[in-house]
Design a binder for this molecule. Structure first.
Ligand SMILES: N[C@@H](CCC[C@H](N)C(=O)O)C(=O)O
Length: 263
């Protein structure tokens, strides 16, 4: 039977979204990988499965392009109210999120960042404000979890970092038993940051919502940033702010087309 899907994106971080609220859709790593393949499938950074939830408007499951299932995706969370057409609560493996529909996108309360070495998680206890580790020119990253694990390297020029080479090396380092997302960021002022992300399970993407939140939270923890920041990513701009220890993310989300596939 043909599978109906929506192609959506948040700042060019693209998704195949399957709305399974009305009927269950079987999903596993192999099927997610097949759908995500850019040559033989539909193509996406993440496969998103929306379903019913007991304690929220919808549930959301997230599969990276390599088939791994993960707990959080900031850009996809902004897509949910756009798909549903109203404000929604979203049950994820990382917690309950509130997403408010806005003109051209959404605002999401992404919850509090977590900095514990076991929550990020790391293979052994380390100071997550500046891990005592280095890979080539990248050294002493901050580590944070937004429901998924991130490193943030603050560097003078994020565009000069060979992220396509260092990203996979860091992602698969033995220090990170669940692999890790790698963000490189340049602080332009206390209210303006530019960054890029190597995503665990997906590679270089145009934007990573949780990466932007984790980088912002780490910059706040290091007292480098104010409580409201403009974050420029290759695919566009997000606004991040901190309220009562929680991270709020605001930015675009787009429905591109609806299709059907035999995969
Ligand atoms: N693109 C996402 C993050 C998707 C999951 C990530 N690759 C992981 O493995 O944790 C975002 O916008 O947050």
């Amino acid at each position: 039977m043909a599978l109906r899907f929506h192609k959506m994106h948040g700042l060019g971080n693209d998704f195949v979204v399957i709305d399974a609220r009305e009927g269950a859709v079987a999903m596993d790593a192999a099927r997610a990988r097949a759908l995500a393949d850019r040559r033989t499938g539909v193509g996406c950074d993440q496969l998103i499965l929306i379903g019913p939830a007991d304690d929220a408007d919808v549930s959301m499951r997230i599969f990276n392009a390599d088939g791994s299932e993960v707990s959080a995706c900031g850009n996809a969370t902004r897509c949910v109210p756009v798909l549903v057409g109203r404000d929604v609560t979203v049950r994820t493996a990382a917690g309950l999120l509130h997403a408010r529909l806005e003109e051209g996108g959404a605002a999401v309360d992404m919850g509090p960042p977590r900095f514990g070495w076991d929550e990020v998680p790391l293979a052994y206890p380390m100071d997550t404000a500046a891990l005592p580790l280095a890979w080539g020119e990248l050294a002493r990253p901050a580590a944070a979890s937004m429901g998924n694990p991130h490193l943030a390297f603050f560097v003078p020029d994020h565009m000069a970092v060979p992220l396509e080479a260092l990203g996979p090396e860091i992602e698969h380092d033995a220090a990170f038993p669940e692999r890790i997302n790698v963000n490189v960021a340049t602080i332009l002022s206390r209210t303006h940051v530019a960054m890029r992300t190597w995503e665990r399970g997906a590679g270089l993407t145009q934007a990573c919502g949780t990466g932007a939140c984790a980088t912002f939270a780490s910059g706040r923890r290091l007292r480098l940033l104010d409580e409201r920041v403009r974050m420029d990513l290759p695919g566009g701009t997000l606004t991040l702010s901190e309220q009562d220890g929680r991270i709020l993310m605001q930015g675009p989300a787009t429905h591109v087309f609806t299709g059907e596939t035999e995969l």
